[in-house]
Design a protein around this ligand. Sequence first.
Ligand code: K75
Length: 371
Amino acid sequence: MAAFPFKIDATDGRARTGILATPRGDIRTPAFMPVGTVGTVKAMTVDQVKSTSADIILGNTYHLMLRPTAERVARLGGLHKFMRWDKPILTDSGGFQVMSLSKICKVKEEAVTFQSHLDGSRHVLSPERSMEIQADLLGSDIVMQLDELVSLPTTEDKAADAMRRSARWAQRCKDAFGTRDAQALFGIQQGGTFASLRQESADRLREIGFDGYAIGGLAVGEGHEGMVEVLDYAPEMLPAERPRYLMGVGKPIDIVEAVARGVDMFDCVLPTRSGRHGQAWTWDGPINLKNARFAEDENPLDSNSSVSPSCDYSKAYLHHLVRADEILGQVLLSWHNIAFFQDLMSQLRAAIAEGRLEAFRRTFADRQRRM
Ligand SMILES: CC#C[C@H]1NC(N)=Nc2cc3[nH]c(NC)nc3cc21
């Protein structure tokens, strides 16, 4: 019996909307997970994150194992208690971050060894250690397998080798994770932009059996068209009855196109990172509050929103905060952007439930281009 029942309430073309039920709360899909890398959704309190109606957030094994260490988080009661977030948490396994962040890393069949980007200290991350950190020490609700990242551009042979190692690590993760009914384990499909490798990866993951299936290897610089090309076939290679999670994605238009191709879960640093740099996402595309045209604009970012940073504050005030490099500017724009992404997911769920996703997609794309 797979952990976490996934009930699909409606479909529209390849898109699905439903509920992934977890012991810490239901996750409405399609879902966007705010990124809380080191135990904080940057510049936001957990109450502000909750006010956006986010059902689940993401944490990172790589960052938390380096600081404050997974053992310390465990001694302090686990990640939920530590950061005061009592809803679901998905943790990434560390593979992607080790290979994209750490100074030196060596990948062997047994494990990845690397030096911390913080102080150069040496660390080892094996499939078994990643499971121990995520499931036992951090106590996350959804655990990601450890996978191997290949940097783009890559050859088919290199992508095949990495995909097959990730599949062997997937089995080791499943064995180490064991059978738990209060936590779930997701596998990660690899294979770059090679359909035959993606199919082989999906087949191997299905044989092993996971509670959900992620699409890895995208949002790594392939661009919107490159991503959509893979999304035209990759999601449907994965079991239809379990959640499909596209890692690291993405811009609002990427999310809409991926939902239309059968993806259920997303995470991306874009709303919080761009908010810290003065950017606000709106239904008419992104704007940057640094721009002089907002200096005396008394309108809020979104008067239809019920979330404070979107409906209570004037663009003029936000412009002032950003120009003055005030911390509150980073807080309010991060908060607004997360609220906007959650509003987008809510509108996508409604559009699928009412069978009008195609119309929503067209209108959304036209309006986003207006900027
Ligand atoms: C190859 C591969 C792969 C995936 N593997 C794991 N464990 N995490 C990821 C995180 C990502 N973030 C982004 N873009 C921001 N693409 C990602 C891809 C992965």
